[in-house]
Design a protein around this ligand. Structure first.
Ligand SMILES: [Zn+2]
Length: 392
């Protein structure tokens, strides 16, 4: 099976090169937004400007926490407005290649403003929480915070199905086939539902939401009207792997691992830096000044973890493709799905290193097609990896 050229607007090598070049530019814009969010708070700490701004605010606001909130809110808000401006710039840049209407900057800013205000308020409140935590110089603070983040994260993941508008599977031929496949894999019918798709473009043909006992395979309710039957079955086989092997304790461990590293590194580095700079926390003002340092270090650590996290997530997706192929054995269907994905979003075809390590949760489509072209051990009577789940 040779790879045929990708269909639609993505058939020419020239077009691939242009999308690759555009991807590099968009990644540069993304990197600048991340740098602003990291460098701005660190700069405010090390230059002492954050402290000066706090003193200034303190003269007008009687309560220390209202001045602190105003400071943290302002820092976050400035970073977010810069981010919105850069995203608008990226959309304008993208429109050269991807046909889309460019919103006016003022309209775009207005539309994004409520979210920016809410996020800044949340960061302001977290900053005050950090002030309180700085008082309790407990060596294991990072651990308690990680446990808290894991509990909150797991609860919100578990609650997603209850907050999603779904309907049970119907009785069309393709739905009956899905029920049959689920039976072979031991997946209860109650764990499969259709998602009411409000925004046609953003709905994925299939996904798994929820965690452990609440996990649910969701299919776009347009089913065959959107995705041809044999592709839909391949999508279901892929999602079945996430249901059986991924949406259990793995996300819980992952949240714990990531938050542990972020909190441990942030706690260790900020304590060391504060100890070198001055006697720590002799006053409220001292603590308020340290908060931007904590935020800057936390975000930097989180960004530096992305290559490991994304490599793992891409591996999980790649294995779901393997599982889907071993179960459904319809390589052509997977190739067709990948082709329509690439046609819809050509930048997913081939990744730059920045996309691969810092931004992508799924492998590049080029690699997934190559795998779908070449992986068929059953044809050569070779063992398959996931036989134990399929009774094959
Ligand atoms: Zn997947």
């Amino acid at each position: 099976m040779a790879i045929e050229p990708i269909a639609l607007n993505f058939d020419a090598v020239d077009a691939q090169a242009m999308y690759y070049a555009l991807q590099k530019k968009l990644n540069a814009v993304w990197a600048i937004t991340q740098l602003i969010a990291i460098v701005l708070p660190l700069l405010l700490f090390f230059s002492g400007w954050g402290a000066q701004a706090y003193e200034l605010l303190r003269r007008h606001l009687r309560l220390w926490w209202s001045a602190a909130f105003a400071l943290f809110f302002a820092i976050a808000f400035i970073a977010l407005i810069a981010q919105i401006a850069l995203i608008h710039f990226a959309i304008t840049m993208q429109s050269e290649l991807i046909e889309s209407s460019i919103p006016s900057f003022s309209g775009f800013l207005l539309a994004k403003l409520p979210e920016a205000v809410a996020t800044s308020a949340l960061i302001g409140l977290s900053g005050i929480l950090v002030c309180y935590l700085l008082d309790r110089k407990h060596r294991l603070m990072w651990l308690w915070l990680s446990v808290l983040a894991t509990v909150l994260g797991s609860i919100s993941l578990m609650a997603t199905p209850a907050l999603t508008e779904t309907q049970p599977l119907g009785d069309t031929p393709v739905e009956r086939r899905i029920v049959e496949m689920a039976g072979q894999l031991g997946i209860p019918i109650s764990s499969i539902a259709k998602e009411r798709c409000h925004d046609a473009r953003s709905c994925s043909p299939g996904q798994v939401i929820g965690l452990g006992p609440t996990r649910l395979i969701l299919l776009d309710d347009r089913l065959s009207a959107k995705t041809p039957d044999e592709q839909l079955l391949q999508v279901f086989a892929h999602e079945a792997k996430h249901y059986l092997l991924d949406n259990n304790l793995k996300p819980v461990f992952l949240i714990f691992l990531i938050s542990s590293v972020v909190f441990l590194v942030t706690q260790t580095l900020s304590s060391a830096i504060v100890a070198r700079h001055r006697a720590p926390y002799t006053s409220v003002a001292e603590k308020v000044k340290v908060v931007p340092l904590v935020f800057g270090l936390g975000l930097a650590t989180f960004i530096l973890l992305q290559p490991a996290l994304n490599t793992y997530r891409q591996h999980v997706e790649f294995e779901a493709d393997r599982f889907g192929l071993e179960f459904n054995r319809h390589n052509r269907a997977l190739i067709e799905i990948m082709r329509s994905d690439a046609a819809a979003n050509p930048m997913l075809f081939r990744f730059t290193p920045v996309t691969r390590y810092f931004r992508a949760t799924h492998p590049e489509i080029r690699a997934r097609i190559e795998f779908a072209e070449s992986y068929h051990p059953w044809a050569n009577n070779e063992p398959i990896v996931y036989a134990q789940y399929m009774g094959k």
